[in-house]
Design a protein around this ligand. Structure first.
Ligand SMILES: C[S@@+](CC[C@H](N)C(=O)[O-])C[C@H]1O[C@@H](n2cnc3c(N)ncnc32)[C@H](O)[C@@H]1O
Length: 260
């Protein structure tokens, strides 16, 4: 499973704070997270909650840019400590599947790259809706790894490694294109979906961000790929890097709706 399913039990929990800090510096992430905050339609004095808030960078932006109150939830104590150190006082260690708030507490709730890691994202979506008042906003953001492409010579091998990333390394790596339907089924209205494609041409950025080169080796360790195929993947990865033609892309879906 991915490290974000249980940060506190990783061998170096604080390194996951570093991962989120590096991502927060990437222009793609900054831009889509700004859009996530806009989709919440924040108004001064209102209350919002981010579930699976990580280091709380986006939550702090929402609070500071809109004069709103922002609570944050994460089940990792490591992340809660990072948030408190950064001045997010309304931070709660809790599970997204069972939020410690009364119904209708907030004017909006969002989960950004959290649902992909959860054991039961459907229950978590119902919890997000439960804690938001009628008329309030829900925003979900996740990459959908069914949308991945990678330019290496052996496209069949690329697809197998990308499938492994989508189906094994993440619990719900291909759910994001279903978020709109899941919110509509719950009776939400004004449902919108905005795709944002992360296009990586600089391989240092993708390794920094996603560790893509290592996915084949991980697949081989787990018996999903022959070790020789994993080496071939790495060789072909290095070839496109050396030839200055590296291209990887994955689409994120930003889904927003209004609670009735
Ligand atoms: C990829 S990080 C995203 C963090 C943040 N939303 C951001 O945009 O930077 C996913 C976060 O979800 C948290 N998480 C994973 N499972 C959770 C659960 N069951 N309940 C609450 N938080 C959870 C992880 O600890 C991690 O901080």
């Amino acid at each position: 499973m991915h490290g974000f399913t249980d940060v506190d039990r990783q061998s170096a929990p604080d390194s996951w704070v570093g991962v989120l800090d590096r991502l927060a510096e990437e222009p793609f992430y900054q831009a889509y997270q700004q859009r996530v905050r806009e989709l919440l339609r924040p108004a001064p004095g209102r209350r919002y909650v981010e579930v699976g808030a990580g280091t709380g960078a986006s939550a702090a932006h929402l609070r500071d840019e809109n004069s709103v109150s922002v609570a944050t939830v994460d089940h990792a104590r490591t992340m809660a400590a990072a948030m408190k150190a950064r001045g997010l006082a309304q931070c709660v260690v809790a599970d997204a599947h069972q939020l410690p708030f009364l119904a209708d507490t907030f004017d909006g709730a969002w989960a950004d790259r959290t649902l992909q890691h959860l054991a039961d994202p459907h229950t978590a979506i119902k919890e997000l809706i439960r804690v938001v008042r009628p008329g309030g906003r829900i925003v979900l953001a996740d990459p959908d790894y069914d949308t991945q492409v990678l330019d290496i010579a052996d496209q069949s091998l690329a697809r197998r490694v990308l499938r492994f990333r989508a189906d094994v390394l993440l619990r719900n790596g291909t759910l994001a294109h279903q978020h709109a339907g899941l919110l509509a089924v719950q009776g939400l209205v004004d449902v919108t979906v905005e795709p944002r494609t992360l296009l990586v041409r600089n391989p240092a950025a993708v390794d920094n961000v996603l560790g893509l080169r290592s996915w084949a080796a991980t697949a081989a360790q787990r018996g999903a790929l022959d070790p020789a195929e994993a080496r071939a993947f790495e060789d072909q990865f290095d070839e496109v890097v050396d030839a200055n033609r590296f291209t990887y892309a994955v689409t994120f879906f930003l889904t927003a709706a209004t609670v009735t």
